[in-house]
Design a protein around this ligand. Sequence first.
Ligand code: NAD
Length: 478
Amino acid sequence: MTVNYPEPRLFIAGEWVSGGGRRTQPVVNPATEEVLGELPHATTADLDRALEAARRSFPSWRAVPPHERGRILRRAAELLRERSEHVARIATMEEGKPLAESRREVEMSAEIFEWYAEEGRRAYGRVLPQRATGVRMTVLKEPVGPVAAFAPWNFPIGNPARKIGAALAAGCPCILKPAEETPATALEVARALVDAGLPQGVLSIVFGVPAEVSAHLLASPVIRAISFTGSIPVGKQLMKLAAEGMKRTTMELGGHGPVLVFDDVDLEQVLDLSVPAKYRNAGQVCVSPTRFYVHESLCRKFAEGFAARARALKVGNGLENGTQMGPLAHPRRLEAMERLLDDARRHGARFLAGGERIAGKGYFWQPTVLADVPNEARIMNEEPFGPVAIINPFSSFEEAIEQANRLPYGLAAYAFTRSARTVNLLGEQIEAGMIGINSYQISVPESPFGGVKESGHGSEEGIEGLEACLVTKFVTEA
Ligand code: NAD
């Protein structure tokens, strides 16, 4: 199937908008460096129209019964599935990930819409036991109001689906700024909703200079909640802006996923799971496993096995059959890889695989494996967000936990062991929002996705995802 790249546009107050002398920026295919299209930036007037549409549509959208809102979300899920091949190809052209990963993301996004379609019907309040006869005390859950959402490029279908799904199901209009790197994919998600019958004005999609767009939207009293996925420094900046208007925030930020491999595991099995998990989306995943702490009795064998598998991965254009890892999504990630790996070299890290950019067109980086990296190296402290695995030994449970919890992040952590006692202790002691034991599967629509410490607060999906878009009201009558 060949897909012509659709012209990226803005979607504001029910209209698809482009041209008009607006500033534009090129959208680039990271596998070929070809310009796919020109993305218009929203003007201040565009942003104001999106805000006005959100303000105006809030009373009518909140009044739509939840089962009816759910019907639209479910229909949009069906449309995404019907259009899966088309949407997945656009995502791969924009972001670079292998087509199989994009297809899975379409399915995941459809499931997210279905989850929220149902969950919206469960925005339960409660009736409190009365203190006196005739008194009625009721707790109501109501939509918080228009939500401004900022989604990154690494899951160009899933990130928009999560944010839009929660807001719409709760009865909130949503203004989404997807990443400028992956606009057409996000617009396909919007198109599915529009074709499913979403009323005009409830959803707007805008693009621009991220800091300018977020400053403008967050300064508006129309916006009552913010949902951001991205880096920790930007998250902190948005929280400061949100504080000015006392707006609710959900912050899905970075991590530095530790993986503890104990001495009672089947090494080959752990490697079979770990290598694809590491290089999924070329490591550009906030819950990517990054720091592998392996019991000293297994560490050398584990590192050798990891490196051999990493070297065997087929790296290439995600549209080509058999590609297991695509390029990095944009040149900023190449620069980050160079900076972090040069520094690791200076700190004496052993390079067991990769470590270099792949020559030629495209932002390709070799699947990389490092061993014996000291904690002083930057890569042990900064999220690499790229195809790098770090393998260091540990000798005791306490040491492993100490290393896992050493950083100010706490998003995802993983461990492999057959010991029930170790599993219990890990569950208690690891500081992370999500822990995968003997598995890297930590995200399904019904499970809360979010971090602790500097990795952010609030969760998306799960029952918590809807809660983020609801406020609590207490009504008492005597
Ligand atoms: P970046 O910090 O420049 O941007 C990250 C995302 O935030 C992008 O989508 C960008 O459009 C958006 N953004 C940036 N400044 C913004 C602002 N002032 N207001 C609103 N949105 C803003 O980094 P990058 O080079 O695009 O990505 C690399 C870093 O971002 C990684 O180190 C990683 O920590 C983080 N990141 C995290 C996730 C995640 O899933 N948590 C996803 C993508 C990127």
